[in-house]
Design a protein around this ligand. Structure first.
Ligand SMILES: Nc1ncnc2c1ncn2[C@@H]1O[C@H](COP(=O)(O)OP(=O)(O)OP(=O)(O)O)[C@@H](O)[C@H]1O
Ligand SMILES: [Mg+2]
Length: 552
């Protein structure tokens, strides 16, 4: 019989009761695949899309296997961030609330170590922590892992990146007997799969198979912007879509600081989180965001993985993430547990090649979305004002205000429609002029999808985009030579050429455009160094040497 309902699961009734309290009825696919195998004692690698219940996939079997009569730590779950350690600990505590005698605790940096030592002394069977603080406790002998039966790496690919690998090996070396090791993540780059044998014995690799790596619950859109227009575009999107909660991801801590200040100065309810902030402040921000006291969270990738916050309706990539996996995790903060969400990525001409490689990686097309116009914002704001007006009129009790208005119209030389319009102006604060109107953007570099035949018309010249990859010392002459040698066009037909670090724009006469698109589709402009496909294929996968922890 196919296992789909929690009531059919071969685990204790205490857990089933807790699962019911949490509102779960059916197991998610990754839970169906992994829970029985983990209960059997198998090592597994579990890969499933963001927001599909990986935490309970390991949480339930851990709770079922831990012996309440043994006070020693039997299961250790490692998470890449403090907030995630806390959240996983809370979810497991909820799942285990009827299992008496089982203690769970999070241990992470930035929190009083003495308090953690006291808690650990009293005996905690399930410890959830960040690697640094866990090692610290192991060294102090305040966390004894001699009875450890299960080690779980949540966000395994991140944990096995260089920054954490040493810590994990230290932990593994301090467990002398046989143990069960479980790895979970939404992304599992090949390079990680190649090293898992070092950590696991005959692991079962479980993948919930989908065509796409990202969750179908998230609508993915990108918007072409110039760097200096990002803030304006962002706030327009917020005004038009008016998300209950949203997260804005930036690539650096400095940018998070700056964007937070700017968004705040425009009157939005916003706060931030990044790795340079004090832990007490970080925790406070997250809890306010969860309660809805803050509507917009600006964050580095410290908030990209694992965080499960209800009602995040939109994720904004203010900066294009520099690694494909981060795109997947960032946008996975919305569209969780069957809910739907939207992800907007702001793409400058410099980022265009990254957008392409993200689409390659996720096997999912990201559609272009226009910059919301002032009239879009006007209609949204006006509609919401009319709704408010309707309900206020519906509520009645207007006598007091009608009196004020009557007096005013008698003493001042106003028309009532004028008064209404002035009130509307004060409430809506609509801008007079659209600074991002295409008319005003004539000089903006235009990024076009080379495959989609969308081109900028400029007289009878069209501007085309060529991704040349990194490290190419390309000269305009090379581009001219390559294109001329592959098409019927002569070099002198080629117009203006802009060469940037990794991409090039070339103006080409309209009549030759299809020929150029054609040779691009074949993957290369031969006879020279421009090899589009190869340049793109170089990206992707895990770069083992990249230091990830420094820049959050
Ligand atoms: N069987 C289920 N039915 C309904 N909701 C569930 C079920 N299992 C888990 N959930 C809920 O779904 C949400 C997402 O779960 P979880 O955080 O474990 O996702 P995840 O797969 O770990 O995602 P990520 O890759 O982002 O870490 C949580 O709020 C969790 O409580
Ligand atoms: Mg998770």
């Amino acid at each position: 019989m196919e296992l789909t309902k929690f009531e059919d699961l071969n685990c204790s009734d205490d857990i089933k009761r807790a699962v019911k309290d949490m509102g779960f009825e059916e197991l998610t696919p990754i839970q169906q695949m992994s829970i029985p195998l983990i209960m059997e004692g198998r090592d597994i690698v579990g890969q499933a899309q963001t927001g599909t219940g990986k935490t309970a996939s390991f949480g339930i079997p851990i709770l079922d296997k831990v012996d309440p009569n043994n006070k020693n730590t039997q299961a250790l779950i490692l998470c890449p961030t403090r907030e995630l350690a806390l959240q996983v600990s809370e979810e497991i505590a909820k799942l285990g609330k009827y299992k008496h005698g089982i203690k769970t605790t999070p241990i992470y940096g930035g929190q009083s170590i003495d308090r953690q030592i006291n808690t650990l002394k009293r005996g905690v069977q399930i410890v959830i922590g960040t690697p640094g603080r866990v090692i610290d406790h192991i060294n102090r002998k305040t966390l004894k892992i001699k009875d450890l039966d299960m080690l779980i790496l949540d966000e395994a690919d991140e944990m096995l990146n260089m920054g954490f690998r040493e810590d994990i090996e230290t932990i593994l070396e301090s467990v002398e007997h046989e143990r069960q090791t479980l790895l979970f993540s939404a992304t599992m780059p090949k390079a990680i799969l190649e090293i898992i044998n070092k950590y696991q014995k005959k692991p079962e690799i479980l993948k919930v198979l989908h065509k796409e790596l990202t969750t179908p619950n998230v609508e993915q859109l990108y918007i072409e912007v110039k760097e200096q227009d990002k803030l304006e575009v962002l706030t327009r999107l917020i005004d038009v879509y008016n998300p209950k909660l949203s997260i804005i991801f930036c690539n650096t801590k400095k940018k998070v600081d700056d964007v937070t200040d700017l968004v705040q100065s425009r009157g939005y309810s916003v706060d931030k989180i990044h790795g340079d902030m004090k832990q007490s402040v970080r925790s406070n921000v997250i809890s306010k965001f969860k309660k809805g006291d803050i509507e917009i969270l600006v964050a580095t990738d410290v908030a990209a993985r694992g965080l499960d916050i209800d009602d995040v309706a939109i994720v904004f990539n203010y900066d294009m993430p520099s690694h494909e996996e981060y795109y997947v995790h960032r946008i996975g903060r919305t569209g969780r547990a069957g809910k739907s969400g939207t992800a907007f990525t702001l793409v400058t001409p410099r980022d265009y090649y990254l957008l392409k490689s993200v689409m390659n990686y996720t096997k999912k097309k990201i559609n272009r979305h226009p910059i919301p116009s002032i009239s879009d914002i006007e209609s949204v704001k006006t509609q919401s004002f009319i709704n408010k007006l309707k309900s206020t009129i519906g509520e009645g009790n207007l006598a007091k205000y009608i009196n004020i208005l009557d007096n005013m119209l008698e003493t001042e030389d106003f028309q009532s429609i004028e008064v209404a319009a002035a009130l509307l102006k004060m409430e809506l604060e609509l801008p007079e002029k659209d600074l991002l109107d295409p008319v005003n953007m004539k000089n903006a570099p235009n990024v076009r999808d080379r495959g989609s035949n969308k081109r900028r018309d400029d007289g009878n010249m069209v501007r085309m985009f060529i991704n040349i990859g990194k490290n190419k010392q390309l000269q305009p002459g090379d581009v001219v030579k390559s294109i001329a040698s592959e098409t019927s066009m002569s070099g002198s037909n080629i117009g203006h050429i802009d060469i940037y670090e990794n991409y090039t724009f070339v103006d080409i006469p309209q009549q030759y455009a299809d020929e150029v698109i054609d040779i691009m589709h074949k993957g290369m402009i031969k006879g020279n160094k421009i090899n589009i496909e190869r340049a793109q294929a170089k990206r992707g996968g895990v770069n083992k040497s990249r230091p990830r922890r420094t820049n959050r």
